[in-house]
Write a protein that binds this ligand. Structure first.
Ligand code: SAM
Length: 236
């Protein structure tokens, strides 16, 4: 089984958890890889999906690897089933969905879950904003390039990690923005700045939306310039 760089980065965030659930599992590559190559100490490993089609695909793959006893397949919407089963989950993985769908799923957050590993198809900032409002901290965050797309993957934890303090933390991540800036970090935010510049030329500057985008673009520009300035100082 060939695991993609994004899914591999997600799996590597699982450390010594005993109970893990992959929400929206689809092919079930994540739980299969976890069991096969990463962490054999997981006692309860769940793979759930809202649709029967993907869950059937998951079932076929789980069977092919002989993990029918180790991986429990569940047909269910988001994390509702965790509360219904009163299951205690150390980490829920929610990956490959947009931030709005993920935020809908997170509405059912409860004390039964300690951590989430989240990989959005869209911006991660709304998830960090939600995490801040619910007093989750950032345990880990990484940027991964996969198939020419840069993904931000975050692990949020109720019990420990780095606090999300302000707007810059929400946008860039409290860990990522304090690290020595990497090429991928610079590329991600330079691209995002360019995207916002492209939007600005299409919107009349009298519109409210223009002002919102301009404010966001200026935050991005400041961060990109900060990284450039630090590089310049280093090479001087
Ligand atoms: C694009 S796949 C992502 C598969 C895998 N998690 C990944 O990151 O590659 C999205 C999957 O999420 C499932 N899904 C969408 N909304 C869901 C929800 N509310 N609860 C559970 N699964 C959901 C879909 O049926 C689909 O199988």
């Amino acid at each position: 089984m060939l695991i993609t760089p994004r899914l591999l980065a997600i799996c590597k965030m699982i450390k010594d958890e005993e109970s893990v659930a992959d929400i929206g599992t689809d092919h079930a590559y994540v739980p299969i890889y976890l069991k096969k190559d990463i962490n054999n100490n997981i006692k309860n490993l769940y793979a759930s999906d809202i649709s029967k089609g993907p869950l059937d695909a998951a079932k076929t793959n789980v069977k092919a690897f002989g993990f029918e006893k180790e991986i429990q397949l569940i047909l269910g919407d988001g994390i509702k089933w965790i509360n219904d089963y009163k299951a205690k989950i150390n980490t829920c993985i929610i990956a490959g969905l947009g931030s709005n769908t993920i935020l809908n799923i997170l509405e059912d957050d409860s004390d039964n879950i300690d951590c989430y590993i989240i990989s959005c198809n869209t911006a991660v900032a709304p998830i960090r904003k939600w995490a801040k409002s619910k007093r989750y901290k950032i345990e880990e965050e990484v940027l991964i390039s996969d198939n020419d797309i840069i993904y931000e993957i975050i692990k949020i934890n109720k019990n420990g990690g780095v606090k999300i303090k302000n707007k810059a933390d929400i946008i860039f991540g409290p860990i990522l923005r304090k690290q020595k800036p990497s090429k991928i970090y610079f590329e991600k935010w330079l691209l995002e700045e360019q995207r916002q510049n492209d939007l600005l030329v299409k919107i009349p500057n009298t519109e409210k939306k223009y002002k919102e985008i301009l404010r966001y673009r200026n935050i991005l520009k400041k961060e990109v310039n900060k990284v450039l300035f630090n590089e310049f100082k280093k090479n001087k």
